[in-house]
Design a protein around this ligand. Structure first.
Ligand code: 13P
Length: 253
């Protein structure tokens, strides 16, 4: 079975005080042993100070993006090597907000995935279609193209990471994909990965888009949903703990 993962993406939210309070609340409500992996993607400035308290709970900390180059004249950017230097273990690549707002193309996403792997960061590759693309019947084609653009460059090295299916129309809208809609895409993604060999067939596939304690159990009950990439609800420790508990109760063993 693929690894089970519940990950929180704080996007551009939070402060040092909020991070400290969040991790303290997680510690309070923490149950051991955990039967799924837990990851946190805070804003980059909070990554260094998240490492120690998160590691104490076995939580991995990651970046929301990294630059393709290892160093150089790229004012404002952060390299995967720098993230590893401060203790990060994962990075998101290709989040739809970066594709849309920062104009990241499939080629950029592939280059950032290469950078992550070069530095020893595990990449979580985000893919997903817009509402227009879904309405036009192109959802699977779009996701396949996003996935294959990266696989063409890194091949089965992506086995070190994970894939997150995040339909753009379900992000921050309160509108979750139904468990059936999400599962259908997860099966399609699994088939693409499996066709490239058994290592890729074991890559965890997470769902993201308005995941909350109320809808997590039904999503996790689906065979090919191996976890969740949680945005808004991950800012609330109680909600995040409830989503982790839902994975442990309803996810595949
Ligand atoms: P929401 O859970 O806020 O919809 O965000 C999903 C997401 O984009 C996580 O990366």
């Amino acid at each position: 079975m693929p690894q089970r993962i519940v990950a929180g993406n704080w996007k551009m939210n939070g402060s040092r005080a909020q991070l400290a309070a969040f991790l303290a609340a997680l510690r309070q409500g923490w149950a051991e042993p955990r039967r799924c992996d837990v990851l946190l993607f805070p804003p980059a400035l909070l990554v260094p100070e998240a490492i120690e308290p998160a590691s104490a709970l076995g939580i991995g900390v990651g970046m929301q993006t990294v630059h393709p180059e290892a160093s150089g004249a790229f004012t404002g950017e952060l390299a995967a090597e720098m993230a590893v230097d401060v203790g990060a273990s994962w990075t998101l690549v290709g989040h739809s907000e970066r594709r849309e707002l920062c104009g990241e193309s499939d080629e950029d996403v592939a280059a950032r995935t290469v950078a992550a792997l070069r530095a020893g960061l595990r990449p979580m590759l985000c893919v997903g279609e817009t509402l227009e693309q879904r309405r036009a019947g192109n959802a699977e084609t779009v996701v396949r193209e996003q996935l294959e653009a990266v696989l063409a460059v890194v091949g089965d090295e992506l086995a070190a990471g994970a894939v997150a299916y995040e339909p753009v129309w379900a992000i921050g809208t309160g509108e979750t994909a139904s468990p059936e809609t999400a599962e259908a895409m997860h099966v399609a993604i699994r088939d693409i990965l499996k066709a490239r060999g058994p290592r890729l067939g074991m890559v965890p596939i997470l769902y993201g888009g308005s995941v909350k304690p109320e809808n997590a159990a039904a999503l996790f009950a689906k065979e090919d949903i191996d976890g969740a990439l949680v945005g808004g609800a991950s800012l609330d420790a109680a909600a995040f703990l409830a989503i982790i508990a839902a994975m442990e109760t309803h996810g595949n063993p």
